[in-house]
Design a protein around this ligand. Structure first.
Ligand code: ATP
Ligand code: MG
Length: 300
């Protein structure tokens, strides 16, 4: 399929949710239940997603062969918004050798002994690879902001813990993303935007369904009490760090089939824009290939 057609095909799933500037950004302008006016049955959506994932697998092969660009996909969300499932479905066809998923949990003692970006920066993807951050340095301005006692564990010099600390951290994050993008890392950020009502429904399902009990965590319900604090921390983070070079996508997450389509489309679009091709074979390489053929054909 020509590149132009692919881009046209995916744009409608991406553009309404892409945020490239924080100016005037308000989370409440984005509806978690939005499905872009599409009424698709689950089967048709799964088919489309499979095509997107297949396409991505082809592109990833070229990304790897080129060894120039890399892709950093950042997933942030409230609990039960579907980060894990989205990662699983969108990346289903991609060669695991060219792809790394990092899930960030509470930091270890070693991590706490370093600057706050240390543990994330060292996991940025190598050239030609796709890196996925399941949670990321954004936790440092989300959970740490909502529960400020966590900041005390970071052992910062007191003179560097002022009232501007969150703006300063957000500026540091924006700088890191500028730096990465100038290094050839395509940074795409996804906020899976779940409604409070749908979260409750999903938690209840985890309680009701024995096979889902393992997914339930009492601490998730405790975090729900801080819903509004998280929403405003997300809003401020997106405002301070949405740029054309490292855009946010506020993905409607109440319908899983739709959020997966949006994420897959955004990735396909970004990679398509790189206009990748397999590296050209130069004259010297052609000679080597011909010689190898002669040698192989000469074998008894
Ligand atoms: P799942 O529940 O689907 O397994 P998860 O990402 O929610 O995935 P958990 O182990 O439940 O994984 O939670 C990880 C926890 O670690 C989250 O509560 C998150 O807020 C917390 N966390 C992540 N980064 C930091 C950080 N820098 N400082 C403190 N807590 C953090
Ligand atoms: Mg969890």
């Amino acid at each position: 399929m020509p590149r132009k057609d692919i881009l046209e095909g995916v744009e409608k799933f991406v553009h309404p949710y892409r945020v490239t500037s924080g100016k005037g950004f308000r989370l409440k302008d984005f509806d978690p239940g939005d499905t872009g006016g599409l009424k698709m049955d689950k089967h048709a959506a799964a088919e489309l997603l499979a095509r997107g994932s297949e396409w991505l697998a082809m592109e990833q092969d070229m990304l790897y062969a080129q060894d120039r660009w890399s892709l950093l996909l950042i997933f942030q969300a409230m609990d039960a918004a579907g980060k894990d499932g989205t990662i699983k479905h969108v990346m289903a066809r991609v060669n695991p050798q060219g792809c790394e998923v990092h899930s960030f949990k509470q930091p270890s003692a070693e991590e706490l002994a370093h600057d706050f970006l240390w543990r994330y920066a060292k996991r940025a993807p190598a050239r030609g690879r796709i890196g996925i951050f399941n949670r990321s340095y954004y936790e440092e301005v989300l959970v740490v902001r909502v529960h400020q006692e966590l900041l005390k564990l970071q052992k910062l010099p007191p003179e560097h813990v002022g009232k501007n600390i969150w703006d300063e951290r957000l500026a540091d994050i924006a700088h890191l993303e500028d730096y990465l993008s100038r290094q050839g890392v395509i940074v795409l950020k996804f906020f899976l935007n779940l409604s409070k009502k749908e979260q409750k429904k999903r938690f209840m399902k985890r309680l009701d369904d024995k096979d889902r009990n393992w997914k339930f965590s009492a601490s998730d319900v405790r975090e729900r009490r801080y819903w509004d604090d998280y929403q405003s921390a997300f809003e401020e983070a997106i405002r301070a760090t949405a740029t054309p070079r490292a855009p946010w996508h506020v993905v409607p997450a109440d319908n899983k089939w739709f959020s997966r389509l949006v994420v897959a489309s955004a990735i396909v679009e970004a990679v398509e824009r790189l206009d990748l091709a397999y590296p050209k074979v130069d004259a010297a390489m052609k000679k080597e290939l011909a010689a190898a053929r002669v040698e192989l054909e000469a074998e008894p």
